[in-house]
Design a binder for this molecule. Structure first.
Ligand code: DAH
Length: 330
């Protein structure tokens, strides 16, 4: 066969080779050790010296040309194989991003943060106290002596430490009033949000571990009007200006007079939010503050209840079930 037609035929086959294996096989059979052209080289010996030289040169050139083509095609095939591998290993990160959901603060935490913001905006600072309390802070200093019937109504969870019924999980945030007045001279303007505990069985409106926020103001010439105004400002800031507030006479040992405060609902009714009143002189005196010189008011209400009202939940237990389908909605 003519050398040029061998070269052309092989070149066409090289271009057609679909993978590296096919290319290698073709290379072996053409310019490999036992390939067609290599064998042709061995046949040169039978030619005349002049003819042998010319034929030898032509053959070498042809082999070199084919060898170049093999190399070229080999790198093409390698690049294609690499591209295929990369495509198969590619991760679609945009898909992953749309799948990932960021978490956010629990709705009780959101309510607590907003409450703090509103009160800080009104000039209050945020105070804290321990969750495990003594009978002095949880009851006695708040004008609830051992014999007082109100003590039973708190459904206290006692801690088995020291004298019986002297150490407890705080049943309200009011002990933070005492701790603050012990450590700070008036004027005092604080709110104290935190966890509180009672022996209640969880149901649609109760949790044994819940959250309250306490407020305390001690200053000169403070009265019921300041209390009503503060509650109204806070309710407007938290719920909106269309919501009204009212105080109803009530009883708490640590305030005199005492009231419960309600907020108006869209359907014309009222919802009870918490308790409040003018700080009882005994409470001020228990903290070394002269009730002749200083007066104050206090209030306290449930933060979980507030979240239930604000988001119109049917069951307060949703707040602690930790069902993300529920939590994601807020
Ligand atoms: N500590 C009361 C409770 O848990 C709520 C309360 C009522 C707090 C009147 C106050 C207050 O500061 O003045 O039921």
């Amino acid at each position: 066969m003519e050398l040029t037609s061998i070269v052309d035929g092989t070149s066409a086959q090289i271009a057609d080779a679909g993978d590296l294996e096919a290319l290698d096989a073709l290379e072996r059979s053409s310019i490999g050790k036992k390939g067609e052209l290599t064998l042709k080289k061995k046949e040169l010996g039978s030619l005349e010296p002049d003819a042998r030289k010319a034929a030898g040169q032509a053959l070498n050139e042809a082999m070199r040309a084919l060898s170049d083509r093999f190399a070229e095609r080999r790198s093409e095939l390698a690049a294609a194989a690499e591209a295929t591998r990369l495509a198969s290993e590619r991760l679609d990160l945009t898909e992953a991003l749309t799948e990932i959901r960021r978490g956010h603060a629990h709705l009780v935490t959101q309510a607590r943060d907003r409450l703090e913001d509103v009160f800080v905006g009104m000039g209050f600072t945020v105070a804290e106290g321990p969750e495990v309390e003594s009978a002095w802070y949880n009851f006695e200093a708040l004008n609830i002596p051992e014999w007082h019937p109100a003590r039973g109504s708190f459904d206290t969870i006692f801690v088995d430490l020291g004298e019986p019924e002297q150490v407890m999980l705080r049943s309200h945030t009011s002990p933070v009033q005492i701790r603050t007045m012990e450590n700070q001279k008036p004027p005092i303007y604080i709110v104290a949000p935190g966890r509180t505990f009672r022996t209640d069985t969880a149901d649609a409106t109760h949790l044994p571990a819940f959250n309250q926020i306490e407020g305390l103001v001690v200053d000169r010439g403070i009265g019921l009007g300041d209390l009503a105004g503060t509650i109204e400002s806070f309710v407007h800031a938290f719920f909106g200006h269309e919501v009204k507030t009212r105080l109803r006479p009530s009883y708490f040992p640590f305030t005199e007079p005492s009231a419960e405060f309600d907020i108006s609902t869209a359907d014309g009714g009222w919802l009870e939010l918490g308790g409040c009143g003018v700080v009882h002189p005994n409470v001020l005196a228990n903290c070394g503050i002269d009730p002749e010189e200083w007066q104050g008011f206090a209030f306290g209400f449930g933060i979980d209840r507030l979240a239930v009202m604000r988001y119109q939940l049917d069951d307060i237990r949703e707040l602690v079930n930790n069902d993300v389908r529920f939590l994601r909605q807020f």
